[in-house]
Each structure stands twice: as C-alpha cells, then as structure tokens.
Design a protein around this ligand. Sequence first.
Ligand SMILES: C[S@@+](CC[C@H](N)C(=O)[O-])C[C@H]1O[C@@H](n2cnc3c(N)ncnc32)[C@H](O)[C@@H]1O
Length: 245
Amino acid sequence: MNMERQQPQIQDEHAVRVSRLFSGIVNWYDFLNRLLSLGLDQGWRKCLADLVFPAASEAGGKKVLDLAAGTLDVALALRHRYPGVKVLAMDFCPPMLVRGQNKIVGENTGKVLLSAADARFLPLPDGSVDGITMAFGIRNIAPRSAAFAEMLRVLVPGGRACILEFGTGRNRIWLGVYNFYLRYILPLIGRLSGDPEAYKYLARTIMEFPDADSLSAEMHAAGFARVYHIPLCSGIVCIHLAEKA
Ligand SMILES: C[S@@+](CC[C@H](N)C(=O)[O-])C[C@H]1O[C@@H](n2cnc3c(N)ncnc32)[C@H](O)[C@@H]1O
C-alpha cells in the first residue's frame, strides 16, 4: 500500500486534530479497546458484520466498504462472516491502517484493500459498493451529513449502511454507572496510552453524541430509506442500519 500517494485531503482543523489523536494512540489502541470495553468490543463488531447482508450466501463476490477502518477489526469480522467478500478498508489516519495490516494473513491476504481516505470525500465512483460498515467512527466526523452523503453516493441501490456507535452518554444507563465510567474511569485508564487528553476527548464525544432516534432522523434526512437502530448492552452501543432506495 503506497500511503504517500494516497494521502487524503484533510481540509479542516477538527479532522487534522482527530487524525493526530489516533496516530498518537495507535500502539495502545487495540489493547485499550479490549480493556475499556471489558472484552465486549469484538462481539459488537461481529454483530455489525452480521447485519450487512441478509444471508452469507448472498454475499459472494460482493464489495464492502469499511469506513474509519482503524486497525481493521471490522474488516476481519466481515471476512469471517462472509468469506466471499472483498473489503475496502478506508481511514484518513494511515498509521491506524498500517498497524492493522499485520492482521491480514492467510486467506484474508489480497481480500482486504487498504486506502487512506476521508469518509467525507470518498475516492470511489457512484454505486460502486454493495454494503458499508463504520464502527466507532461517525462520532469523530464533522459534519456527519457529508459522510452520509458520500455513503449514499457510493452504495448500490438496495445496499445497506451499518454504523456501530456508542449510545449517548446523556442517558443514565445501569443507574448511572456507565456515565460515571465515561466521566472518570475511561480517562483514568486512558492515561496508560500516554495521551490522557485523547481518552478525555473520546469520553466527551460519546457524552455529546446524539441519541439513537436523532441519529436515525439525520440519516433519514440525508436520503436513506428504511432507517432503524438496534441497541446492544442496554444501549451502551447501538447499530444504525439504513438502506439506499
Ligand atoms: C475509534 S477509531 C475506530 C476504528 C475501527 N473502526 C474500530 O472499530 O476499532 C475511529 C477511526 O476513525 C477514523 N476517522 C475519523 N474521522 C475520519 C474521517 N473523516 N474519515 C476517515 N476516517 C476517519 C480515525 O482515524 C480512527 O481510525
């Protein structure tokens, strides 16, 4: 993968900051994901992958675009669920993709194509992918509407966009235990990464994220049809599903 030739155009301060933030925590990212989610995060990604196509038998030869692909855990979950698919994994932070590249071995070799790209400016033709996934990416993107418009543009009609994201931290989940965790425990453990500010930022983006109904309304307003969401773990995370008509 020639990351230099594929450097995405990062055009605003927020995006530059987010990309730098993930470059700074890349070595700790997977370890802290497992630790901070108490080992639940891979199961959530598996649920996300399960929802892209109605049946594994329908997925042979299809292309799935994984946006904000990070260290490629969703790409691998997709390949595991649908052995016939090719995955196009895009992220605007090349060090995250490079870190994940070591995981692409065996029968996944050659089936996951990596590309440095901003979800708001996809280097893909209209109607060129059969499904889209994005895990824990959308809350970092501003404006979200730009990413939704690009998802709709590159999806084939009938294709599904599946977005996994934390629920808003404004709901009291498990009598407020989750909110306490977000405010105090997550930034504390995040100090392990050597960049406590990064994990404070992550906690803040979760707390400020819109609730599931509001996000569904945004996706509907962006032009998606059949928008709905499925909460997991009492709404700690939520999978948002939407189709292109
Ligand atoms: C929390 S990580 C999620 C990574 C991976 N999907 C996972 O499940 O672990 C968020 C990722 O989104 C990427 N990202 C944020 N904004 C983006 C954008 N506008 N375009 C592409 N990638 C973006 C970051 O670089 C980072 O790798």
